[in-house]
Design a binder for this molecule. Structure first.
Ligand SMILES: O=C(O)CCC(=O)C(=O)O
Ligand SMILES: [Fe+2]
Length: 239
């Protein structure tokens, strides 16, 4: 838990006035750590969240195994590399209706973690960047959207892309729910030999401790740089 302590408070939050992102959110960390702040009402809230939590871990672990296999890694490689389940968190977002002059919900970004599960309501607005075009991710009831994050991009030496995505606000309030499957802050992240030396490719990133990277990413939010080129992305570690 060391990685998150003091970085992101749990519970309700709203983007600061200076932020271009227009949403409010509710953050939940690993329930066993006892750091979560829940509302009193509705009374079922805490129980439902804490019931969902291990199921989300289970689904994400299964998807990690599928990713392990399509990356061509030895069986259970990612499972053994990513053993600690301390850094997961989930966020419920509410995006306010667009106004006549602006519609930014969440600016374009990549998630810094391993993989994210997103559940969205019927309003829509999530978009993913593909070959310079923004593709809307149309709501499909009962579906889960899976985004690969920066860790997979670095491990695979750019073979698998961390999804660049954003939320455009529509005419109605939009609700979504994201579960961020993560890795321990102590972990050293660098391109794996399977994607570099074994195939004669040079690494595209220098190694880093994950905790250092998330601290830089949180700083992007708490102290937004005035120049867009100073916002930290995983390319900070590019060689
Ligand atoms: O609300 C969504 O659909 C996406 C949220 C998101 O991208 C994030 O919180 O990183
Ligand atoms: Fe995201």
């Amino acid at each position: 838990m060391a990685g998150w302590k003091g970085l992101l408070p749990s519970g309700y939050g709203r983007q600061p006035e200076h932020s271009k992102d227009k949403n409010e959110y509710f953050v939940v960390f690993v329930p066993d750590f006892g750091l979560n702040v829940y509302p009193d009402q509705p009374t079922e809230f805490k129980g439902v969240i804490e019931d969902c939590y291990p199921r989300l871990v289970e689904v994400a672990s299964l998807i990690q195994e599928i990713i392990n296999n399509f990356m061509g890694l030895p069986p259970n490689f990612l499972k053994e590399y990513n053993q600690t389940r301390d850094m997961e968190f989930m966020t419920a977002h509410r995006y306010f209706p667009a106004t006549e002059t602006e519609n930014n919900g969440i600016s374009a970004h990549e998630d810094s973690n391993c993989l994210t599960l997103i559940f969205q309501d019927e309003v829509g607005g999530l978009e993913v960047l593909k070959d310079a075009d923004w593709i809307p991710i149309e709501p499909i009831e009962g579906s889960i959207i899976v985004n690969l994050g920066d860790i997979i991009q670095v491990l695979s030496n750019n073979k698998y892309k961390s999804a660049t995505h954003r939320v455009i606000r529509k005419g109605a309030h939009r609700h979504s729910f994201s579960f961020f499957f993560n890795i321990d802050g102590d972990k050293w992240i660098e391109p794996l030999p399977q994607f570099t030396t074994d195939i004669g490719e040079s690494p595209k990133y220098r190694g880093f401790h994950y905790e250092e990277y998330i601290q830089l990413r949180v700083r992007n939010k708490t102290h937004p740089p005035s120049r867009p080129e100073d916002v930290i992305h995983v390319t900070h570690y590019s060689i």
